[in-house]
Design a protein around this ligand. Structure first.
Ligand SMILES: [Cu+2]
Length: 284
């Protein structure tokens, strides 16, 4: 065999660069000669190997679908078919609420949690609001979610949200306060079933400088593995839970308007800890 020429040595290092660049995919390659023909063959081979070895996980989307129940009953408007522990049959005429700042917890490493600063307004009267999507969630395995019920104190200021009619309709009107309602949950109740019908307005928000939003963390019933795919999480609000566990909330005791009643806000906030659950996870 002839001594290596200068060109052959150059070819050798080119080959080395290819080998090292694509090193993950090469285990054994024994090249005797490093002429241009071999280099071309090596390039083609490396492309093939690289493509076949390249299964780097890709981001995906996670859709949150907002559901509601009332105890063991479906949520329907304007039917007096529900009853609180305090003894009042009731119907529901309106439901709007904000959820914000979702975190997906990565079961491999908490450092890789996905966190999105955002807000979403659910409105029973607007089916477009029944779901929203967290886009381009990094690849990973996620096993629980955290979110804020309502709006944190950074968002919950005057003009803190986009200037839409829907947000305008949620503005918190109490003089000296700022921001938006976290929730408008309204209806009628039949006082202790006596036939005396009155309104209730479960309007939650930050009143008199008290921040009443809270965070909720829920373990997913099954893990989601994001890799170039779309997942759906069904997130349920049990509307009856606002009025029980741990406190039996009595419409009569707190009256029709609770926007300036911090003790009512605290009772409802405590009950709010158990209103949310994940009732379904699907994807592939
Ligand atoms: Cu209000």
């Amino acid at each position: 065999m002839d001594d290596p020429t200068v060109a052959d040595v150059g070819d050798y290092w080119l080959a080395q660069i290819f080998l090292r660049t694509n090193g993950l995919c090469f285990s054994v390659l024994n090249l005797k000669k490093y002429n241009m023909k071999n280099i071309v063959a090596l390039m083609i081979l490396s492309v093939i190997l690289f493509a076949s070895c390249d299964n780097t996980p890709e981001p995906g989307d996670v859709t949150i679908s907002l559901k509601q129940t009332v105890g063991d009953k479906d949520f329907v408007l304007d039917q007096m078919i529900y009853q609180t522990n305090a003894g009042h049959p009731f119907s529901i005429s309106r439901l709007r609420y904000y959820l914000s700042d979702f975190t997906l917890h990565n079961s491999n490493s908490e450092e890789n949690n996905y966190h999105k600063e955002m807000y979403h307004l659910y409105d029973k009267e607007n089916p477009d609001s029944y779901q929203f999507t967290l886009e381009a969630v990094p690849a990973g395995t996620y096993d629980k979610i955290t979110f804020t019920f309502g709006l944190d104190d950074e968002k919950n200021v005057d003009d803190g949200l986009d200037n839409t009619v829907a947000n305008q309709n949620m503005i918190w009107p109490i003089p000296g306060d700022h921001g938006y309602h976290y929730m408008k949950y309204e209806g009628r109740y039949d006082s202790l079933g006596t036939g005396v019908i009155k309104n209730f307005n479960t309007h939650l928000g930050a009143t008199q400088n008290n921040q009443n939003y809270f965070n909720v963390t829920i373990d997913l019933p099954s893990k989601i593995k994001v890799d170039n795919n779309t997942w759906n999480i069904d997130l349920n609000m049990d509307l009856l839970e606002w009025y029980q566990n741990p406190n039996d909330y009595d419409f009569v005791e707190y009256g029709q308007m609770i926007m300036m009643n911090q003790s009512a806000q605290l009772v409802l906030k405590a009950n709010g800890a158990s209103v949310f659950s994940v009732v379904g996870v699907s994807g592939k």
